[in-house]
Ligand binder design. Structure first.
Ligand code: GLC
Ligand code: MG
Length: 714
């Protein structure tokens, strides 16, 4: 099996993750890297690629600008760039995701092997994964990690205003994407049951989804009890230098500096209870803080409050707050706390999962955590600690005392944690369940394809098999493909004989619905590719899957309304009927002598700082398109995306809107019945002017290109 893992945001590398460096580099990052490494060691898995964003930014390490990082045993991190080179927080990635889709397709096509399965993580990668899944016909599975609806509720509950939330987090878009992914994915993996019952359930498409609970695994050779692995004096020093009496048990809280983690509640609980202070020291690890003043506002507030609260309750000498601890030292910290018979407390208000609880358990450390999804499962499975109402400071304090005061109970919890982790939270058990689930997905998928095959008698419906073709024939419809019935039947046969090797497409000024109409009326099959509305839209196959990447690409500089307004002042230009007008296409009737020349129109729009592509056909049809759109640009985009050389595209046309696809490296055919505006192409290389008209002209052109096509289509 070859699995493509996708995780877009944060800082991802094979080793020594910079967890907590920013809000996007945390549990998910650890999980995807570890999962990748462990999966590839399973005998059923041959290859795993972890796709993420390539970042070139002076403020982050050079590692993240490497296009490829080998993780051994057939696993790699693949980095592809999108949008600006610099680091972007996850909320800002949305407009750039289509670029990753295109680059990834190109990449996969070049390496000549397609994955059997796509596994996406979080909504951003969910989008990328869904697009790839649709374009390639490969099943997608998805892990949400966190969900937009729950996040919005949390933020609203904390008193934030809906429009400021929207501005910062782009939640509306995120939730819409999540709905699509829920509907499309073959399987959704969650860490807990609660994630399904309380979070996914709030989505409209909930009932269309299939779920499996697979809690993340943990690396037990890294996280192990003090009896099995050493603690360096260096890590110990990081903690002990803060403490008057370092030999006392430690109460450990380890989390990101976030309000939700309720560090201040813990300090208040500890600070107000002298018995607890007598019994134990407090150790708080809340991410690195080189310079608190330079942190993001939210983090800055948490860190500042932390120090101020220590001072307020006068806890100097009792609380250790290490400035920064290397990721590699963290396992030793857990061990140190276990050695001193301490406990781990997660004082957060809510905890959907809580990886630290499992790390603690694996280190032989009893845990206390909020009565919420993750902790409920973990404490229920392992019986290695207690659930506590973290909203209540007195309860936090009394729970901690209860946990520390009885040493035989403490030992039982520690032991239970170690065995529970092995049974429920090891990577071995995770990977085993994972493989079983995905084998199920792949089998179901095969069946689904077989079923559709029977119903439609056309397997191409399921996946547009553009990854396998060696050449493409793209023809204009009106006056090129259509016009000579019997030649068209011959052409159809020629195409049908090359199915699998040759993609067939149309490129037309018509809209998608009018394209489907005219093809049906002429009893033509729905082509693999449809470039419609003069190259502003691209669709695939009979399910008419729209290429979203193309829409994003051509949006550039397009100000439709402003252009329409500017052109309204020319009485010689009449808008064509409403059903021909599209998001990226404005079309007019304009006789040559009734409006300024094309050159004058360009310079007029230029003075207004409006950018567009003007396409004039048949001496009366004027299309105004985004600068990046035309039939020709669309073909070049497809050539890149599907990694098919331009000189393997046979293109045929008859009029002005075909010029751009005919000129250049394509194998072009101008049919005999062409309009005068195509005369400009005469005597150019690779443009064949056929004697014959319509489909007969196309066939004549194909024969002319026999030598060029022979190697690809033999
Ligand atoms: C098609 C379209 C029309 C466009 C013309 C030339 O006829 O319907 O809107 O102007 O092609 O591209
Ligand atoms: Mg035409």
């Amino acid at each position: 099996m070859y699995i493509l893992m996708i995780s877009m945001h944060g800082l991802i590398r094979g080793n020594n993750l910079e967890l907590g460096k920013d809000a996007d580099t945390g549990g998910q990052t650890t999980y995807v890297v570890e999962l990748t490494k462990h999966l590839v060691r399973n005998k059923n898995v041959e290859k795993v690629d972890l796709l993420t964003r390539l970042i070139e930014d002076d403020d982050v390490c050079l590692d993240y600008s490497e296009a490829e990082e080998d993780l051994g045993h057939g696993a790699r991190i693949i980095r592809l760039s999108c949008g600006p080179k610099r680091y972007l927080r996850k909320e800002l990635l949305w407009p750039h995701l289509n670029q990753i889709v295109d680059k990834c397709l190109h990449y996969l096509k070049q390496q000549n092997r397609l994955p059997n399965l796509i596994h996406s993580h979080y909504a951003d990668a969910g989008y990328v994964g869904q697009q790839l899944s649709l374009l390639l016909g490969i099943p997608q599975i998805h892990t949400g990690h966190s969900l937009g609806i729950s996040k919005r509720q949390r933020l609203l509950a904390s008193g934030r205003k809906i429009h400021t939330i929207e501005k910062q987090f782009n939640l509306q878009h995120r939730i819409a994407v999540e709905e699509d992914v829920i509907q499309h994915a073959s399987l959704i993996i969650t860490s807990t049951r609660q994630e399904i019952d309380e979070q996914y359930k709030q989505y409209t498409n909930f009932h269309q989804a299939r779920f499996s609970v697979i809690p993340p695994g943990i690396n037990t050779s890294k996280f192990s009890p003090p009896s099995r692995k050493k603690i360096t004096s260096e890590s110990q020093q990081h903690v002990d230098k803060y403490l008057d009496d370092p030999e006392k048990p430690l109460i450990l809280n380890i989390c990101r500096a976030e309000l939700r983690k309720n560090i201040s509640g813990l300090i208040a609980a500890y600070g107000s209870n002298s018995k607890l202070q007598e019994m134990a020291n407090l150790l708080i690890i809340a991410g690195p803080r080189e310079n608190i003043r330079a942190l993001e506002d939210a983090q800055k507030k948490v860190m500042t409050d932390l120090l101020l609260d220590i001072d307020l309750y006068d806890l100097w000498g009792k609380v250790a707050v290490p400035k920064s601890i290397a990721q590699d030292c963290i396992p030793e910290i857990y061990r140190l706390v276990a050695k001193r018979k301490g406990v781990l407390i997660n004082s957060a208000f809510t905890e959907p999962f809580g990886l630290t609880l499992i790390e603690a358990a694996a280190s032989g450390l009893p845990i206390a955590a909020p009565d919420d999804g993750g902790p409920r499962d973990i404490v229920g499975n392992c019986r290695n600690g207690v659930l506590v109402n973290t909203l209540n400071q007195c309860e936090i304090a009394s729970t901690l005392i209860y946990m520390l005061e009885d040493s035989s109970r403490w030992r039982q919890w520690a032991k239970n944690g170690l065995t529970g982790v092995k049974r429920y939270y090891s990577w071995d058990s995770h990977v085993k369940k994972y493989i079983k689930e995905i084998q199920g997905v792949l089998n179901r998928d095969k069946k689904k394809i077989r079923r559709q095959y029977v119903i439609n008698a056309n397997i191409e419906n399921v996946s547009p098999n553009l990854t396998r073709v060696k050449a493409a024939l793209i023809s204009d419809i009106d006056n090129t493909l259509l016009g000579d019935k019997s030649a068209l039947i011959q052409l159809e046969n020629w195409i049908a004989e090359r199915k699998g090797k040759l993609a067939f497409g149309v490129a037309t000024g018509r809209t998608i619905s009018s394209t489907i109409d005219i093809l049906k009326r002429n009893q033509l099959p729905i082509p693999d590719l449809m470039i419609t509305s003069v190259g502003t839209e691209i669709y695939y196959g009979s399910n008419q899957l729209r290429d979203e990447g193309w829409s994003t690409h051509i949006k550039h500089l397009w100000r439709r309304d402003a252009i329409a307004e500017a052109l309204a002042q020319f009485p010689g230009m009449k808008l064509q009927p409403a059903n021909t007008q599209r998001e990226f296409k404005l079309s007019y009737f304009a006789k040559p002598d009734a409006f300024p020349s094309i050159a004058e129109l360009y310079s007029y729009l230029h003075t207004l700082k409006l950018h567009c592509n003007l396409v004039y056909s048949h001496d009366e049809l004027l299309d105004v398109l985004p600068v990046r759109a035309s039939k020709g640009h669309a073909i070049r985009y497809l050539a890149y995306k599907w990694d098919l050389p331009l000189d393997k595209f046979i293109v045929a046309g008859d009029s002005g809107n075909d010029i751009e696809m005919l000129a250049g490296d394509t194998l072009a055919i101008v049919v005999g019945n062409h309009s005068p505006e195509l005369e400009v192409l005469k005597n150019q290389a690779r443009i064949y002017f056929a004697e014959k008209s319509y489909a007969a002209g196309i066939l004549e052109g194909i024969a002319n290109y026999h030598n060029e096509l022979q190697p690809a289509l033999n």
